[in-house]
Write a protein that binds this ligand. Structure first.
Ligand code: 9MR
Length: 579
């Protein structure tokens, strides 16, 4: 057996010997680490009824699935044909064991027990813990709040950035708020691995959680991720987005309705804990993009909160709508206040100069919130680009909201929006069916993992609209990709999987002295946009393989709220949808 392993190591694509079963005893993972990447699969696992497809990088005429606790071979199958992916620069073939539905812990193995996969699970609740962790990550990234041992475990930390004393930057002065004016803007989530708070990115992230709450209300009613608010009567998902929504409200200038682009330090700080990062904080220039994203998110929040039974939340919803209208009016009066970092400020820009989609999104959300359909143009729906939502593209967010509208008078525009979503989802489906790695993603941007999750959201919305189960296998494929069935072999969610991401570009994780990173965070993922972020580390030039689990790799290994929001959306959906 040892000789065979060496043979395989030398000849990575060796043709399989006609291995016969050597008994049915197998123990978990005894394969050399580099060989573990020869079988790519979802390292967390599958729901019993889901499609279950691993990818093999070795030629073999059969594969087996072994029950880890008993060592019994429970499934034997034949792999599909090898296919080359120009995005990863390698070839893989499929090992389909969808027919295995019995709950348990398993490994895929080749050549008897010489090449084993990571252990994975088949279980009805397989996504329960990881869905909780992916929302809990927002709690761990809260600004202005102590993370206690009770809720944060070993990631407990003192509060940082109270933001009760924030300066108006020279780029943001107004008659009522001259330079140096101090305001209070507490709460909200840190954007990412840095400690700044940006309205554009907060908008899309909060919207994604609001959308989840709208689409899966029953799941949200019982879902708990053990946060300080878990004992109140409000669902935890709502408690979490309220924490950021309330902060966002403080970023509007009450005098004119314009919204500051960001609340920030002058420069990114070192890798220190939040409570030790005490540089001055500023609100910087109002921008059209921030005001529109704010307007859309607040309008969506007003719709969601209007359905609450709590008078306090209903009132908050009214405040949101009022603020949304003021921000939209400001944006219309100031349609081209594009954001660029003013001199002396070097933190993230979220600089978008193409704002037709943001105007469409804000008008759509306001139209739906106020039941003023004259704000929404049917023509504009079909003019939106077939692209997933991202911080710089909101057209599809507007289409999603319209496609799910329960407004009786909106049937014509809803039908148009549904047609757009279904056409987009079908296109994504076709791509994943043709892709050797079985994903729709074929272009790798910064934060490519969030595009995979957002593509799954489009398919989930299409499934919701059509009830057509043809989307499910492709949604599963997206989840599989994020949890290990990708060209790097990493499970991209911290704290989960056999090959874990350990060194995210996340200040608290880097500075807390705890070996394991804060759990539940989605690493940005592979791309070739910046190849030199880590001196001394050479990354692959293949976009689907170009990733480094190193703290310095801000372009592939940072975390961000707009990446975790779709992650939670998809994992939460999987945890409730198809059982
Ligand atoms: O996600 C953003 C990505 O699309 C941009 O290309 C990149 C460079 O401008 O910035 C990313 O956003 C970062 C933000 O600017 C600051 N906080 C961390 C974000 C994630 O890396």
């Amino acid at each position: 057996m040892k000789t065979l392993s060496i043979f395989i190591l030398i000849l990575a694509t060796a043709l399989c010997c006609n291995c016969t079963s050597c008994g049915n005893k197998a123990s978990a993972v005894k394969t050399p680490p580099d060989m573990l990447d020869r079988i790519l699969l979802n390292q967390v696992g599958y729901l019993p009824i889901s499609a279950k497809i691993a990818l093999l990088r070795l030629k073999t005429d059969k594969f087996e699935v072994v029950d880890v606790s008993s060592g019994t071979i429970v499934f034997t199958g034949k792999p599909g044909a090898f296919k080359y992916w120009d995005k990863s620069g390698d070839s893989v073939c499929t090992a389909d064991f969808s027919a295995l539905t019995t709950p348990g812990k398993y490994q895929v193995r080749l050549y008897n027990d010489s090449v084993n996969s990571y252990v994975f699970e088949i279980d009805e609740n397989v996504y329960s813990d990881i869905a909780k962790a992916s929302l809990k990550a927002f709690y761990l990234n809260r600004s202005g709040m102590e993370i206690t041992k009770e809720f944060g475990g070993k990631w407990a930390r003192p509060a940082g950035h109270p933001d009760t004393l924030v300066f108006v930057h020279s780029s943001a002065v107004s008659a009522q708020r001259p330079e140096g004016f101090k305001l209070s803007s507490p709460g909200g989530w840190y954007d990412a691995g840095d400690y700044n708070k940006y309205i554009v990115n907060s908008g899309i992230s909060t919207y994604t959680l609001l959308l989840f709450y709208q689409v899966y209300p029953e799941y949200c009613a019982t879902f708990k991720d053990n946060i300080p608010e878990s004992s109140n009567t409000i669902p935890d998902v709502m408690d979490e987005f309220l924490y950021n929504l309330r902060w966002m409200l403080t970023m509007q200038d009450p005098a004119d309705g314009g919204v500051y682009h960001k609340l920030t330090n002058k420069a990114f700080c070192d890798f220190v804990m939040p409570g030790k990062a005490n540089d001055a904080r500023y609100v910087v220039q109002k921008s059209t993009a921030a005001s529109l994203d704010f307007a859309a998110t607040m309008a969506m929040a007003s719709r969601v909160l209007a359905k609450s039974e709590s008078p306090e939340l209903i009132n908050l919803g009214k405040t949101c709508l009022y603020s949304a209208k003021k921000a939209f009016a400001w944006a219309k009066a100031n349609p081209a206040r594009y954001f660029k970092n003013p001199s002396g400020i070097s933190t993230g820009e979220y600089d978008d100069t193409k704002l037709q989609d943001e105007f469409f999104w804000a008008a759509t959300e306001l139209g739906l919130a106020e039941n003023n359909l004259s704000l929404i143009s049917k023509k504009e729906i079909s003019e939106q680009e077939m692209k997933v939502p991202s911080w710089d593209y909101s057209g599809m967010s507007g289409v999603i909201s319209l496609s799910l509208s329960d407004n009786m008078e909106a049937s014509e525009i809803r039908a148009e929006a549904q047609k757009t979503i279904l056409a987009f989802a079908d296109k994504l489906l076709e791509k994943s069916e043709k892709s050797p790695y079985k994903v729709s993603l074929d272009f790798f941007k910064w934060g490519s993992n969030s595009d995979v999750a957002n593509e799954a959201i489009i398919k989930l919305i299409a499934y919701k609209i059509s009830n057509n189960s043809k989307y499910l296998a492709s949604i599963q494929s997206d989840v599989d990709y994020l949890l290990g069935r990708n060209a790097t072999g990493y499970c991209f969610v911290t704290g989960f999987g056999g090959k874990q991401v350990m060194n995210i570009h996340h200040r608290p994780s880097g500075a807390d002295g705890v070996p394991e990173p804060c759990p539940g965070f989605l690493a940005g993922g592979t791309n070739t946009i910046v190849l030199n972020d880590c001196p001394g580390i050479t990354r692959s030039t293949f976009p689907a393989k170009s990733y480094s689990d190193a703290q310095c790799s801000y372009s592939t290994n940072e975390v961000a709220i707009n990446w975790n929001a779709p992650l939670f959306f998809v994992l939460g959906a999987m945890d409730t949808l198809i059982k």
